[in-house]
Design a protein around this ligand. Structure first.
Ligand SMILES: Cc1cc2nc3c(=O)[nH]c(=O)nc-3n(C[C@H](O)[C@H](O)[C@H](O)COP(=O)(O)O)c2cc1C
Length: 183
């Protein structure tokens, strides 16, 4: 083998240089874009990455709404698309869900059930029309179990109302939330 070829082969076989570990990841589910808007604002305030959960069950329309509420209430799991990020690469996962019948959306419940052992530290945020946020946050803590009870000793939770997000009134709350997470 010629020297140039050899050199090329050796360099392409080199392991990639390890990149600096990212610290925080925002993971969220959104049916109609409200929680996505808050998730984007949080990720931008924290300068961190995002992962959107995709529920393989069709949640659109009246049928999707009703079935979604029922599934959330029954604490049912759903099928979600495989996530792209490696959860263990992150020191903190910031999880966002819309409130569905006073519960987290099934996609978020599924993500937490599948990844709870990989999550080191956690914070939560939810969006809602008017009520059920505390019950939802309590349930998120419950799903995470013991691991998270250590993590949530310091966890912060943010609630934003749908109408606040529509009018872009969530930004100050998001900034304060991000400030707490960075301190
Ligand atoms: C199935 C379903 C159940 C809901 N249940 C509640 C509820 O119990 N309390 C509440 O305040 N809002 C409830 N909502 C309203 C959503 O929480 C709210 O509109 C949220 O901001 C939507 O976020 P998204 O656009 O990210 O999906 C419900 C919405 C859906 C689709």
């Amino acid at each position: 083998m010629k020297e140039a070829e050899k050199a090329k082969k050796t360099s392409s076989q080199k392991k990639p240089v390890a990149t600096k570990k990212a610290k925080k990841l925002v993971v969220f589910y959104s049916r109609t874009g409200i929680t996505r808007k808050v998730a984007n604002a949080i990720a931008s305030a924290l300068e961190c990455e995002l992962e959107e959960l995709i529920d393989k069950t069709n949640r659109q329309g009246v049928k999707g709404y009703l079935a979604g509420g029922r599934d959330a209430l029954k604490k049912s799991l759903t099928e979600i698309e495989a996530i792209k990020k490696n959860i263990t690469d992150y020191e903190m996962i910031i999880i966002g869900t819309p409130v569905w019948a006073g519960m987290p959306a099934p996609a978020v419940r599924t993500f937490l059930s599948q990844n709870k052992d990989k999550i080191k530290k956690v914070a939560f945020f939810c969006t809602m029309g008017g009520s059920g946020n505390q019950k939802t946050i309590d349930e998120l803590n419950k799903i995470l179990g013991t691991q998270a009870s250590q993590a949530t000793a310091t966890a912060t939770a943010l609630t934003v109302l749908t109408r606040e997000v529509v009018k872009d009134l969530h930004i100050d709350k998001v900034k304060e939330f991000a400030r707490q997470l960075m301190s």
